[in-house]
Design a protein around this ligand. Structure first.
Ligand code: PLP
Length: 424
């Protein structure tokens, strides 16, 4: 058998991975949905369980030789149940969108009405958008933010529920900086005979650390990704009451997936163990503190934020009154090695490719150990870049400052295969 290393086998892919490792070291990652998984999580993903077919579930597989992958999946399930205090867990969804799809396929019929958050107000594609399977297979209706408070408009949700009688209401967002009231969602869904699905992808880590109210006991189904604030490998997760377990299991396999990615499930198990530690709770506390300081500092420097601040790990800068679009801001920040993303803001006059917003998150910076003082420095760098994106001298100065910060908070030293090999 060929036991050559990656570098010996495929120098092109090796170099790209090496360069990506360096990019992640040398940039300030402020994409709210990204994080740095631990070395242990990354190691667990790169293992021989990628070889194993394991269609089915532990002790009920359609393939032989599953005793050790069973062990790993059972550990992952048990840990996720303990972490989120929930009766049923499925760790097999390949991604957050797959988790959502499995819930819909298990409990809806094509053409049923679903009510989710408007993409332009912070919702996710898989919550009923017309360009996603969710809006193609089901009739997607959307709720949004109140134009004055810029908070979720629960009165509007009530009205839309009465008007459209959705079979499922979806709570959860990709760009909402405030806490979501799962009690209110539960009341609305319950009193109108609709299922409630909470997609907690963005805030799963905060929920695991008890820093955001949990949807457990409020939602019929809870879906998540495992790679955002939860800081695990790229993947999905479903939680529910025990009674829904058999249908959800069938929804994932054979419903929408074949063999589970057992190496990823191994890494999910590791990340759930990490999420049960005091260190993880301290980390999430700091994620929120950092977001608040970043928000306050940006507002002090003259920026408007959607809803006037944040309660969680992200903030949404409203650039509509400034002479720069979201797209231009993203590009200018990239030049100084700050990676963030343009984002539509509620009632945005610009299209989704241009936008008037910038989404910023603190999960990755906080994993590197950055705290309040760094947030203040980063806010002032962002201000300098966005207010004067054409000033090359300022940009060069800002880039150097960013590099200095990155060097003070190193990451993934042990994952650089060959430190001397400076492939850019
Ligand atoms: N749900 C929410 C709220 C998200 O923000 C995202 C991704 O950003 C997803 C689902 C989809 O996850 P994935 O990219 O793993 O399909």
């Amino acid at each position: 058998m060929d036991e050559k290393t990656l570098k010996q086998t495929d120098i092109a892919v090796y170099k790209a991975i090496q360069s990506e490792t360096r990019r992640e070291m040398d940039h300030l990652v402020m994409i709210a949905s990204e994080n740095y998984a631990s070395r242990a999580v990354i190691e667990a993903q790169a293992n021989v369980m990628t070889n194993k077919y394991a269609e089915g579930y532990p002790a009920a597989r359609y393939y032989g030789g599953c005793e050790f992958v069973d062990e790993v999946e059972e550990i992952a399930i048990k840990r996720a149940k303990d972490l989120f205090k929930v009766e049923y867990v499925n760790v097999q969804p390949h991604s957050g969108s797959q988790a959502n799809m499995a819930v819909y396929m298990s409990f809806l019929s094509p053409g049923d009405v679903i009510l989710g958050m408007n993409l332009a107000h912070g919702g996710h594609l898989s919550h009923g958008s017309s360009v996603s399977f969710s809006g193609m297979l089901y009739k997607g209706i959307s709720y949004g933010l109140n134009s004055r408070t810029q908070l979720i408009d629960y009165d509007q949700i009530n009205d839309l529920v009465k008007m459209h009688k959705p079979k499922m209401i979806i709570a959860g967002a990709s760009a909402y900086p405030r806490q979501i009231d799962f009690n209110l969602f539960h009341e609305i869904a319950h009193s109108n005979g609709a299922y409630l699905m909470v997609d907690m992808a963005h805030i799963a880590g905060l929920i695991a650390a008890n820093l955001h109210p949990s949807p457990v006991g409020k939602a019929d189904f809870i879906t998540s990704t495992t790679h955002k604030t939860l800081r695990g490998p790229r993947g999905g997760l479903i939680l529910a009451r025990k009674e829904f377990g058999p249908r959800l299991n069938k929804g994932i396999f054979p419903g929408i997936q074949g063999g589970p990615l057992m190496h990823i499930i191994a890494a999910k198990a590791v990340s759930f163990k990490e999420a049960m530690t005091q260190d993880f709770i301290d980390y999430q506390v700091q994620v929120i503190k950092n977001a608040k300081v970043l928000a306050d500092e940006l507002m002090r420097l003259g920026f408007d934020l959607i809803s006037g601040g944040t309660d969680n790990h992200l903030l949404l800068v409203d650039l509509s009154k400034m002479a720069i679009t979201g797209q231009e801001a993203e590009h200018a920040l990239e030049q100084v090695a700050i990676v963030a993303n343009k984002n539509s803001i509620p009632f945005d006059k610009r299209g989704p490719r241009v936008t008037s917003g910038l989404r910023l998150g603190t999960p990755a910076l906080t994993t590197r150990g950055m705290k309040e003082p760094e947030m203040k420095i980063i806010a002032s760098i962002i201000k300098g870049v966005i207010k004067d994106p054409g000033n090359q001298i300022e940009l060069a100065r800002a880039r150097n400052k960013v590099l200095e910060i990155c060097e003070s908070y190193p990451i993934y030293q042990s994952l650089m295969y060959d430190k001397k090999e400076n492939i850019q």
